[in-house]
Ligand binder design. Structure first.
Ligand code: G1P
Ligand code: ZN
Length: 549
């Protein structure tokens, strides 16, 4: 055990930072912020102090491969070794997609894990970096834990670090760092095995062999190796079905965000006259997904509803669903499916962590958000490639195009027109006061008419966790109409520049003769009303949103 002889623990004096409060997705900052002396070290020491794990505990460590991952990985290993961690399972080359990390934590029974990612945010020296702590259930740390980490970070005076040579995680197998074992694992193997246990790989292989074609855009991010192994090697999709499959530290210079704007090459492919049958993309760390048919976009809210309605076609879900959940701003398309199936449907605040308790308690099987996140009880994170495989399994079972399946779904359940308008980089004070003003007005809205709709209620969403009774308040302002239409406004919790205001608009259309309408047109009256009521143009100086989805 050479490592022990060559290494010693050093205690380093430091001064606390006051901006290390982890948000819904961990601590996310510009790379330049993380590069300040002692910044990462302070946060990581605060994590270990707060977790207070028994000596010898095991953790999982990996990330989306973005810029600064490699340096951060060494810092974390050395602080972990100095804090009594016994074993660190590291994805080869520091790679683990977020859902794969969740899978490994659960399968190997570790005390949790550390994920290095800023999700779909831009990478590179000018981009973002992030660090997230997951618990032993494989899911994001609960707010009690993240708040305790934040409190610790503000008083920390020293951190402990092992003086030792780097362990470069490029070979499978174990090596030592001080008294800690660093075990380098295949980042894909456990995850691929889990997918094979849920989906009908034999049927999928036959489907590809019979000429079914797909284009999968890994956006130069972490899912490249996963998609090549699963889609091309195991399922036999033709080589080249995975595009942008080589992970890069800067994601090729574009945000690895699977939407119609950033996945534009995929969108071009799917708009061609010889487009493949199915298109999909995942984000930087592999937890988000976008689903496309030929010249057809499936909204994430509709995708969740279609998966729920067709779940019994998939082996892993053949026994049926215990229940479903969606975040509050997500459209209510899945609610109608749940109603038809006679299963509960939970409405939670934005952010994956609220699904965790419902999943752990066995109350739900599927869940999702309008922000391109879909998942199930197989892990405790949203899972992009899992959603892609779920769709593929449905397509192979039904042998119909994506568009036909979605249109049929609308005919059966009615269509929920849905859009989200984001106003990015706002002055945080102006954004807060806009919401304060609207909050004051909510009580006076009931009974007001907008076109031929009448406001039923105006309120601020709050959530009492049905499992542990925890209360989450201030989760978004809502204007609810008598016919089921909704306007929702909330501030983003994940941005790194100024404030981002999100406006969500939804209307239910039962009449199939109106299902062909363009979404923005179908919602134009409600959007105009939302702008007028919230005074967005006047209070932000913005005449149009930064992004429309
Ligand atoms: C955004 C999404 C939310 C998602 C989160 C983490 O959060 O809206 O649904 O859970 O990213 O991926 P927001 O920036 O809106 O707080
Ligand atoms: Zn992500």
């Amino acid at each position: 055990m050479n490592g022990i002889a060559q290494s010693r623990v050093r205690t380093v004096a430091t001064t606390p930072f006051d901006d290390q409060r982890p948000g819904t997705s961990g601590l996310r900052k510009k790379v330049a912020v993380f590069r300040q002396p002692h910044y990462l070290e302070n946060f990581v020491q605060s994590v270990f102090d707060t977790l207070a794990l028994p000596p010898g505990s095991a953790l999982v460590l990996g990330g989306d491969g973005r810029y600064y991952n490699r340096e951060a990985l060494q810092v974390i290993l050395k602080i972990a070794a100095a804090n009594g961690i016994g074993r660190m399972l590291v994805g080869r080359n520091g790679i683990l997609s977020t859902p794969a990390a969740s899978c490994v934590i659960r399968k190997r029974g570790t005390s949790g894990g550390i994920i290095l990612s800023a999700s779909h945010n831009p990478g590179g020296p000018q981009g973002d970096f992030g660090i997230k702590v997951n618990a032993a259930n494989g899911g994001p740390a609960p707010s009690t834990l993240t708040e305790a980490i934040y409190a610790r970070s503000r008083t920390l005076q020293t951190y402990r670090v092992l003086d030792a040579p780097d362990v470069v995680p490029d070979q499978f197998g174990a090596s030592v760092m001080g008294e800690m074992t660093v075990e380098v694992i295949d980042p894909v193997a456990d995850y691929a095995a889990l997918m094979e246990s849920l989906f009908d790989f034999a049927v999928l292989r036959t489907h590809f062999a019979s000429g079914f074609r797909l284009c999968y855009d890994a956006m130069h991010a972490v899912t490249g190796p996963y998609a090549k192994e699963i889609l091309e090697r195991r399922l036999g999709a033709p080589a080249g079905s995975v595009i942008h499959g080589e992970p890069r530290a800067d994601f090729g210079g574009e945000p690895p965000d699977p939407n119609l704007v950033h996945a534009h090459e995929l969108v071009d492919v799917m708009n061609r006259s010889d487009a493949p049958d199915f298109g999909a993309a995942c984000d930087g760390d592999g937890d988000r997904n976008m689903i496309l048919g030929r010249r057809f976009f499936v909204t994430p809210s509709d995708s969740l509803a279609v998966l729920a309605a067709n779940a019994t076609l998939v082996p892993g879900y053949a026994v049926g669903l215990k229940g479903v959940a969606r975040s509050m701003p997500t459209s209510r398309a899945v609610d109608r499916v749940a109603q038809q199936l006679g299963i509960p449907c939970y409405e939670t605040p934005t952010g994956w962590k609220y699904f965790g308790n419902l999943l752990d308690a066995g109350r739900i099987t599927l869940c999702g958000e309008e922000s391109f996140g879909t998942g199930s009880d197989h892990v405790r994170e949203k899972d992009g490639l899992w959603a892609v495989l779920f769709w593929l399994n449905i397509l192979a079972a039904r042998r119909q195009p994506v568009e036909t399946i979605v249109r049929e779904h609308w005919r059966t359940y009615g269509r929920h027109f849905y859009t989200r308008h984001d106003y990015e980089g706002l002055d945080p004070v102006a954004a807060e006061s806009l919401l304060n003003k609207l909050r004051e007005r909510l009580g006076r809205l009931p009974g007001q008419r907008i076109g031929n709709r009448r406001v039923r209620e105006g309120n601020e969403f709050q959530y009492t966790d049905p499992v542990d009774g925890g209360l989450a308040s201030g989760q978004g302002l809502r204007i609810l109409f008598e016919d089921g239409a909704r306007i929702v406004l909330r501030l983003s919790g994940t941005g790194t520049e100024g404030a981002t205001l999100r406006l969500y608009v939804e209307a239910f259309e039962p009449d199939p003769a109106r299902h062909h309408l363009d979404t923005q047109e179908a919602l134009a009256e409600l959007i105009a009303a939302a702008l007028a009521l919230s005074e967005i143009p006047g209070r932000t100086g913005r005449r149009a949103p930064s992004v429309i989805t």
